[in-house]
Design a protein around this ligand. Structure first.
Ligand code: FMN
Length: 279
């Protein structure tokens, strides 16, 4: 069995708890192996990422498909140390933002399309939720494509959605104009360790055929909690002061605790204030 086939089978077993048959004659197995075994990296070597390499990866990321070819995603490279430190100071719980050799911000840009309508003397009756949604989806695809490009050259990354906890402050630091909002930041660097595969919900939960299969979600989540805890138990329990110490602390307990506190309740107001209409 080729190394790529072995990697794919092992990674997907760890990820989904399921054995996959992989045809060794398939083209592109090395790429599939990288995708199957990918993982977040939050620790980096003290080694720069050459600006030319970063530009190349950004160009590959921005080669991602784009809804109606509207091209509503931008990438902002935060180079100036002062700006970088100011962002890292806002996210003190995430030291990797300060430590990563490179920090990027992926932006949903809903500004260009109305500008084009104005330039060409056309009406723009589409200033509603769809503008924000399309720009955000395009940006998420560019972000995912960047992850894949970075992975291909051996770089490690960690997307940072927590910048949206400070969306206004980050937008001011980066001079974001009207109708441009940060979707996520991204730490990039040469990985200092291997990291590990994060198990996912079973495909019985997240992969549907022909019609939505609601299934026995409680049983699937319980089973996932157990499978995941055997491979990657949580080191710390969240919010013990409020919820106490659980005897068994699985993924669902962690996510339920995480979402028992209001998160970014002001984000809609921020997006509106940035000039998007969300109706
Ligand atoms: C859109 C997005 C935002 C994320 N935001 C953060 C973040 O703010 N801080 C962080 O440490 N990790 C963040 N992550 C990383 C996730 O925690 C990580 O992908 C998840 O735990 C699964 O692990 P894996 O990527 O190794 O499969 C983010 C990931 C995505 C896709």
């Amino acid at each position: 069995m080729s190394e790529a086939v072995q990697t794919i089978r092992n990674a997907l077993f760890e990820r989904f708890g399921e054995r996959f048959d992989v045809d060794p004659a398939l083209p592109g197995l090395d790429e599939l192996a990288r995708m199957a075994a990918r993982r977040v990296h939050r620790r980096y070597l003290a080694r720069d990422v050459a600006p030319d390499l970063l530009r190349l990866l950004c160009a590959c990321a921005l080669s991602a498909p784009s809804k109606s070819d509207l091209q509503q995603a931008d990438i902002l490279i935060v180079r100036e140390n002062e700006r970088r430190v100011a962002i890292a100071d806002l996210l003190s719980g995430m030291p990797w933002v300060r430590e990563a050799p490179v920090f990027l911000v992926f932006l949903a840009d809903g500004r260009r399309v109305p500008k084009i309508s104005q330039m060409r003397g056309k009406p723009f009756p589409n200033d509603h939720l769809d503008l924000f949604f399309n720009a955000t989806v395009d940006t998420a695809i560019v972000l995912a494509t960047f992850l894949r490009a970075a992975d291909a050259v051996g770089l490690g990354c960690c997307p940072i959605s927590v910048i949206r906890d400070h969306a206004r402050a980050v937008s001011e630091l980066l001079d974001l104009p009207e109708k441009v909002v940060p979707v996520a930041g991204m730490c990039v660097g040469w990985p200092a360790d291997e990291g590990g595969i994060s198990p996912r919900l079973s495909l019985a939960t997240t992969l549907h055929e022909d019609r939505f299969a609601a299934g026995d979600l409680t049983a699937e989540i319980d089973a996932y909690d157990r499978r995941r805890a055997a491979l990657r138990p949580y080191r710390n329990q969240r919010d013990v002061a409020r919820f106490g110490r659980a005897e068994f602390y699985g993924w669902s307990e962690d996510k339920a605790r995480q979402y028992a506190a209001p998160l970014r309740a002001d984000f809609g107001a921020f997006v509106r204030a940035q000039g998007f209409r969300l109706d």
